[in-house]
Design a protein around this ligand. Structure first.
Ligand code: ADE
Ligand code: ZN
Length: 325
């Protein structure tokens, strides 16, 4: 499973930080982060809300472009070791310069330079999706959207929203999504991880996204599944994350296979791999074991991911070739 070539479309950059990297940076900066780690060195949190605050605490030691360069190298080495040849990761100007455009450009330059080196060394390509954070509110999202619009191009290819789905509504962020769309960015947003099918419907109706982060609770609304299928809206499904956080009790209860059977296009990602004790290899192994997925199934989801990737045609062609080797 490790050797199968993979594409990952839903990965939070900071959420992929190896705990050892965060612990090392905390020690260098003499910041006490002992409360966010278990004795075995893994991240420690009780539930999703607590996860979000532990996530922000871990991120607090990523204080400049150099730290994000180190993070980027670590993330890409780990992903490449699991056969990933193309990744889109969520980058938040909130954590990269506090929403200031000039500071964001400096962080982005460091991330891109590291990604270019990793592409040469490891054969993995990275593209960025600027992401606002729902529980930081619509005003702060506007700063993220301005950063996104200023840096939109062949590397920053999308705009999205993560964070606490129980706070506010998708429509509260319409200005930011319109700003990003006008700058040529493709749209994705987290919905239907915690907010039910109604939240997915809201996302579809109010933001017209090309993809939805998670979206899995759409399974509870047959008509909505038909809309997703007809419009070709692709779900960035993260089964291991959903099971670890308790959205579904066991992988066998997860709707990924039922969504496929309803004609909804799905892809597979890890979300925040060290937080959920997962990797792309583990995701594939779980799907093979529990749903009997085999080569044609994995080929189908990788093709879905290749077609739904926000990159330009030249990059897509390169990745298509890389998948064959
Ligand atoms: N940010 C990082 N991981 C997230 C998740 N699973 N849901 C929402 N926001 C997130
Ligand atoms: Zn996510």
């Amino acid at each position: 499973m490790k050797d199968i070539k993979k594409i990952e479309l839903h990965l939070h950059h900071e959420g992929a930080a190896p705990p050892a990297l965060i612990r090392g940076l905390a020690a260098e900066k003499k910041i006490d982060l002992s409360g966010i780690f278990r004795e075995d060195g893994t991240y420690s949190y009780r539930d999703f809300d607590h996860f979000l605050s532990v996530y922000e605490a871990a991120t607090s030691v990523l204080t400049g472009p150099e730290e994000f360069a180190r993070l980027t190298r670590a993330v890409l080495e780990e992903s490449a070791s699991h056969g990933v040849v193309y990744t889109e990761s969520f980058l938040s100007p909130d954590f990269c310069g506090g929403g200031d455009v000039g500071a964001w450009q400096d962080y982005l330059a460091a991330i891109r330079q590291t990604a270019d080196e990793a592409e040469r060394d490891l054969g993995i390509t990275l593209r960025g999706i600027v992401t606002c954070i729902r529980h930081f509110g619509p005003d702060q999202a506007k700063s993220a959207a301005r950063c996104a619009a200023e840096t939109a191009g062949d590397w920053i290819v999308g705009f999205g929203m993560g964070g606490d789905e129980k706070v506010g509504h998708q429509a509260d962020f319409k200005w930011s999504f319109d700003c990003a769309r006008e700058a040529g960015l493709k749209i994705t947003t987290h919905a239907g991880e915690w907010g039910g099918a109604a939240s997915v419907r809201e996302a579809v109706e109010d933001l017209d996204p090309a993809r939805i982060g998670h979206g899995v609770q759409a399974i509870d609304d047959t008509a909505l599944c038909d809309v997703l299928a007809e419009r070709g809206i692709v779900l960035e499904v993260c089964p291991g994350s959903n099971v670890f956080l308790g959205v579904y009790p066991r992988l066998k209860d997860h709707p990924i296979q039922r969504l496929r059977e309803r004609g909804v296009k799905v892809t597979v990602s890890t979300d925040d791999p060290p937080f959920f004790h997962t990797t792309m290899t583990r995701e594939f192994e779980g799907l093979a074991q529990v749903f009997g997925w085999d080569e044609p199934d994995f080929d189908e989801i990788t093709t879905n991911a290749l077609e739904a990737a926000f990159c330009d045609t030249a990059t897509r062609d390169t990745i298509r070739e890389r998948l064959k080797t």
